[in-house]
Write a new protein. Structure first.
Length: 335
């Protein structure tokens, strides 16, 4: 009975996410010109969710379903996307990708940490903000927090701001890419290096087409793999007695492993065309539902509550990462 009651409690939030997703998909057909402004179904669903949450509507009864829809659909979509990665996509980025990405993440963390300290953030809070911006947003913050002995309020403050800032970064990225003259290949690398969370790469790159999304996903997953070394380095740097190491599931969750397994099968020619088509459909549709949930999880009013110093540090860190990512896009993508 408890299980049935729990599932029932998910229905309102899940229904709201699906409604926003269906509406956004319909809007694409009614107003196809919206894509020219980067307003594809995923972006529309996410922005609609942000507006509803930030408007102060009574959504407490929807939160359980929203949390569920923000995770599982995207995890499945990310794993499925691995089956859509082609050998040509990998070859287009060159063999230097891992080294360049690791070096860029290290530079971003160092620069962001220094900026945070100069703006008056406590050392651990500065490390949390730098790690979140440079690697994978809230997931990195939650992994780094225990490793460096961060206090609960430091972790929550960093997460509150990063969650809000991530939406602004996704929304602004097309303008940066257009100003830099990036094509699908360059923009995929640029987005993969800039966007905070793996799932959000899909929203940031979708208006540029599947090739950009595929490249962005690969780059972002390589970036996520830097979390392990970063945890070890920061753990030694802060050397906190009793600090807890992050679990393997947090460093390399199942959907990231699934992505690489599906990619390996596809590159080996072990997947039938029907399976690849199904995976491509899954990777295109499920993220729209999850992006609605992501938007419904973000309250822009948290920006005001997070404090001026952390807000300034986050913005400066994001701008540094955008600059570094633009250089990476030019270095990694072959002419």
């Amino acid at each position: 009975m408890l299980s049935i009651a729990h599932k029932t409690s998910l229905l309102p939030g899940a229904g709201l996410c699906v409604t926003l997703a269906v509406t956004s998909l319909a809007a694409e057909h009614l107003f196809p010109q919206a894509r020219a402004f980067g307003l594809d179904p995923m972006m529309l669903a996410m922005l609609a969710g942000v507006v509803l949450r930030s408007a102060g509507l009574p959504l407490a009864g929807f939160d359980a379903g929203i949390r569920a829809m923000a995770r599982r659909p995207l995890e499945i979509a990310i794993a499925a996307m691995g089956a859509t990665i082609s050998a040509a996509t990998i070859a287009s980025m060159g063999a230097t990708l891992p080294l360049v990405v690791f070096a860029a993440v290290a530079a971003s963390i160092a620069a962001s940490y220094a900026a945070g300290r100069m703006l008056g953030l406590e050392p651990r809070l500065a490390a949390l903000v730098a790690s979140g911006n440079s690697i994978c947003g809230n997931s990195a913050i939650m992994a780094v927090g225990p490793a460096i002995g961060a206090k609960a309020d430091e972790t929550s403050r960093a997460i509150a701001f990063t969650a809000s800032l991530s939406i602004l970064v996704i929304a602004a990225l097309p303008a940066f890419g257009s100003a830099l003259g990036f094509d699908a290949l360059h923009f995929g690398v640029f987005a993969g290096m800039t966007v905070y969370a793996v799932p959000q790469v899909l929203a940031a790159t979708s208006f540029m087409g599947p090739v950009s999304a595929e490249i962005g996903a690969v780059v972002k997953l390589v970036r996520v793999l830097t979390l392990g070394p970063v945890l070890m380095i920061l753990g030694r740097f802060f050397a906190v007695e009793g600090a807890k190491p992050a679990s393997l599931s947090r460093i390399a969750p199942w959907y990231i492993l699934g992505f690489f397994v599906m990619m390996a099968f596809n590159l080996a020619g072990a997947l039938p065309e029907q399976a690849v088509t199904l995976c491509r459909f899954t990777a295109a549709v499920l993220p729209v539902v999850a992006m609605a949930a992501l938007g419904l999880s973000v309250d822009l009013r948290e920006l005001a509550r997070s404090g001026g110093r952390i807000a300034a540090a986050g913005v400066v860190s994001a701008l540094m990462l955008i600059a570094i990512s633009a250089v990476v896009a030019l270095v990694v993508v072959r002419a």
